[in-house]
Design a protein around this ligand. Structure first.
Ligand SMILES: C[S@@+](CC[C@H](N)C(=O)[O-])C[C@H]1O[C@@H](n2cnc3c(N)ncnc32)[C@H](O)[C@@H]1O
Length: 222
């Protein structure tokens, strides 16, 4: 079989990656985000949400079942990927509070200033292209006294793990829908003007370079 010329090869690779991102990746994300070690973190964090809640990068809706129905007035499920909304819709059915899907990126949240009592972000800051712009938007839409709840994987404290995170980042980003392995979550929160009220850190089970976890809550500094 003749080997395609270089421009053709790139075209084939690009179209294969396009198909992968559209057809396969949403299901990979659903599967990985549905793992038990993530479910345990969700169960610790999500019940603290209350009032009008904005979820950033809501994905396939793995957090939905962890909200305490009686505490939630409204949930905005924001994710730019329509394919993720399609997977999430069945999980939003019959929750006992209204769920409104927003097809938008966190860098441009289509809500008024001071709309949300709680903003929840789980395993999505890693995928947001401009995390500081996204956190600035979170500040804008949070009510005064509102809370940001977060649970994210990110930069590991061990140099050997950190080096693997840096080595693997380029390939991981391509295969993982833009996911960065080494985002420094506390530094991002500080730079965006949030003060962490509590934060638990540590490795979850699984691949060490992808499992250093930051879980906690933060408030915007005045
Ligand atoms: C690894 S998934 C996590 C999904 C969900 N938060 C969870 O915990 O199961 C990352 C999600 O971030 C979304 N995402 C990517 N870029 C984004 C952006 N700029 N703004 C908001 N969400 C984004 C992706 O579409 C994907 O659904």
């Amino acid at each position: 079989m003749p080997v395609p010329a270089r421009p053709q090869r790139w075209a084939i690779i690009r179209s294969t990656m396009g198909l992968y991102s559209r057809l396969v990746l949403p299901h990979v994300i659903d599967l990985v985000c549905g793992m038990e070690n993530h479910a345990r973190q969700r169960a610790r964090l999500v019940p603290a949400a209350e009032g009008r809640v904005l979820e950033i990068g809501s994905g396939s809706g793995h957090n939905f079942g962890h909200y305490r129905t009686e505490r939630i007035r409204h949930l905005w499920a924001l994710d730019p990927a329509e394919a993720m909304h399609r997977l999430a819709r069945p999980r939003a059915a019959g929750l006992g509070f209204p769920v409104e899907f927003l097809a938008a990126p966190a860098e441009a949240i289509p809500l008024e200033r001071a709309s949300a009592d709680t903003v929840l972000v789980t395993y999505s800051l890693c995928s947001v292209a401009e995390p500081l712009a996204a956190l600035a938007e979170v500040r804008r839409v949070l009510k005064p006294g509102g809370t940001l709840l977060f649970c994210e994987h990110g930069a590991a404290p061990d140099q050997s793990v950190r080096r693997w995170q840096q080595r693997l980042n380029p390939a991981w980003r391509r295969l993982g829908g833009g996911c960065h392995l080494d985002r420094d979550v506390p530094a991002l929160l500080r730079a965006a003007g949030f003060s962490a009220r509590e934060m638990q850190v540590g490795y979850l089970s699984g691949l060490r370079f992808a499992s250093f976890n930051y879980l906690g809550s933060a408030r915007p500094l005045p």
